[in-house]
Ligand binder design. Sequence first.
Ligand code: KIV
Ligand code: ZN
Length: 389
Amino acid sequence: MSSSDRVIIFDTTLRDGEQSPGASMTKEEKLRIAKALERMRVDVIEAGFAIASPGDFDAVKTIADTIQDSTICSLARALDGDIERAGEALAGANSGRIHTFIATSPIHMQHKLRMEPEQVIEQAVRAVKKARSLCGDVEFSCEDAGRSEIDFLCRIVEAAIDAGARTINIPDTVGYAIPHEYAHLISQLINRVPNADKAIFSVHCHNDLGLAVANSLAAVVAGARQVECTINGLGERAGNAALEEIVMAIKTRHDLLGVHTNIETPHILSTSRMVSGITGFPVQPNKAIVGANAFAHESGIHQDGVLKHRETYEIMAAEDVGWNTNKMVLGKHSGRNAFRSRLVDLGIDLGTDEEFKAAFARFKDLADKKHEIFDEDLQSLVTETLTEE
Ligand code: KIV
Ligand code: ZN
């Protein structure tokens, strides 16, 4: 199944994203975000963890009953009660998925689950079968796969596929993996698990070492065809892989990656702002794709290049992710060309060459005192220059 060139985008902003300390959302807020994700054509929306609380159940149910175009998913531990609750919440979904998981790393099995590896396989199989009895679409995750042993992973993945899981997720739960290592893990699983062709391999990377997006892309190169991610990279600890970065990397580097997603990218910025507004988690200015400076240029050399040809310093169009345009920030690094171009845009008379030179000199003086020169500053600066002449 991994031979397809489409990467399924599985958004978990409403589940793993919400697990970020301080990011909890009301049912109404979750529904607004789910509608924005649907509009953006996200394939799978993980709406919550139905067993976690009555409020979470209600949110998953409301989203499942409302959203038509995306698959709605609920997380469930590999326990009957969790799976039944997930099935109940998803009953009204146009397309529902139960996502069940159990930990597979030695440290988790020994210290958290206190179970033998054979018992973990048995429980995983029972859980997948139970989920399949309630829902045709079942995903199985090997929690902490990034620190699990490959032979054991191969066995549990094969058993989960035999039991009916059609998506196999390999999370780097603690953000420990390095790209080439994680890619190797994915390709080994795809090559060694005998029934691997019956499932889509999925990745779910955390950002503890700042590598969540890089690891996800390396896994795609190795054959993964579902990426789990969140808007603005929201998530536990340092967060999850950022949806906007995954999607735009896949779009921008199609030449190398050879895959695509179905995401309507012009809706990215508004969705990012909605999530930031609802959670109260600001987006840093230099955040890729959605940060205020992501398409802003201040250096004179860059501004001059972009004014001559955008692609000198831009690898994608700001408009493709929802910005009105790129942005030339006038500051002390800006040059004559950017200054002139802004005056022309504002319809300000440039005056004679001498007057323009004087205005530019005043602009540089002012720029040494201020971080950014705004349009109003320019207007008064040029007017003053002209009246003094
Ligand atoms: O990080 C993780 O392992 C998870 C699983 C529950 C998929 O969020
Ligand atoms: Zn996670």
